[in-house]
Design a protein around this ligand. Structure first.
Ligand code: 7JS
Ligand code: MG
Length: 214
C-alpha cells in the first residue's frame, strides 16, 4: 500500500539528517518540503520568526498545540535550555507516531512530552500531569477553529502568567479570524503581527504574537 506523506517526510529525515543533530533534521525537512513534497510544517521563513520569539522568551515551559511531524517541536526544543520542557499535543495518532520518530532522530526526547489526544481534553490536565505552574510560551499550530476555544480554556485553567506569550501560526492562511479579533481587541493582550508567507510558497501568511498582560 502507498506510503503516507508523514512517512515519506520521516524517510527524508532518516536518509539526509544526522542522528542527534536537530538542525540537520530541520534542514532535511525544509529541503524535502521545498523540493520534493510540500507539507504543512511552519517552515523555514516563519520558522526564523518562531526562533526569534523562542530565544527572546527563553521559556522554561512551552505548550505546542499541533505536533504534525514534529518539525516545529524540534525547531523549538533545539533552542531550549537543558531542563526546559516542551509539551506538544497531537490529535492524529498517525502524525504522533511519525513525530515521535522525528523527535527521537533529532535527539530531543529529553525535552519533549508528546501527548496524543484532544487539546480540549488535555489542557485542563497539564498542571497536575506535568507539574506546570505556568506556560511561558504557547505555539498554536493546530486546527484554526480551535485557536480561540483553546486560548480561553488555557486562561480559565490559570496556565498564563504576566508576560506569557501566545504565538499563532496561519493567522492569514488558512486563517484564524475569530482568534485574531479576540487577541487584538482584548485588554488582556498586547498583540503584534509578523508578516511572512505560507510555508514553502509565495502566499501571504504570518504569525501573531500576543503577550498576556495578566
Ligand atoms: O501551516 C499550516 C498550513 C495548512 C494548509 C493546508 C493546505 C493549504 F492549501 C494551505 C495551508 C494547514 C495547517 C493545519 C494545521 C496547522 N498548520 C497548517
Ligand atoms: Mg501551521
Amino acid at each position: 500500500t502507498r506510503s503516507t506523506r508523514p512517512q515519506r517526510l520521516l524517510g527524508a529525515v532518516q536518509k539526509s539528517a544526522t542522528r542527534g543533530d536537530p538542525c540537520s533534521v530541520v534542514n532535511a525537512i525544509d529541503q524535502f518540503c521545498r523540493h520534493t513534497e510540500w507539507a504543512m510544517n511552519v517552515g523555514d521563513e516563519k520558522g526564523c520568526i518562531l526562533d526569534s520569539v523562542v530565544s527572546e522568551v527563553n521559556p522554561a515551559t512551552v505548550l505546542e498545540l499541533g505536533t504534525y511531524c514534529g518539525y516545529s517541536t524540534v525547531r523549538i526544543a533545539r533552542l531550549l535550555p537543558p531542563h526546559a520542557k516542551l509539551i506538544t499535543l497531537e490529535f492524529n495518532p498517525d502524525f504522533a507516531a511519525i513525530a515521535r520518530q522525528v523527535i527521537a532522530w533529532a535527539g530531543m526526547e529529553e525535552k519533549v512530552h508528546l501527548v496524543e489526544g484532544a487539546s480540549g481534553e488535555w489542557i485542563p490536565k497539564i498542571k497536575e500531569q506535568f507539574g506546570v505552574k505556568a506556560l511561558d510560551l504557547v505555539f498554536l499550530d493546530h486546527w484554526k477553529d480551535q485557536y480561540l476555544p483553546d486560548t480561553k480554556l488555557i486562561e480559565e485553567c490559570g496556565l498564563l502568567r504576566k508576560g506569557s506569550v501566545l504565538l499563532a501560526d496561519n493567522v492569514i492562511f488558512p486563517g484564524a479570524p475569530q482568534y485574531l479579533e479576540y487577541v487584538r481587541s482584548s485588554q488582556q493582550y498586547e498583540s503584534q503581527y509578523f508578516k511572512s508567507h505560507l510555508e514553502y510558497t509565495k502566499v501571504e501568511d504570518g504569525l501573531e504574537k500576543s503577550v498576556f498582560l495578566g
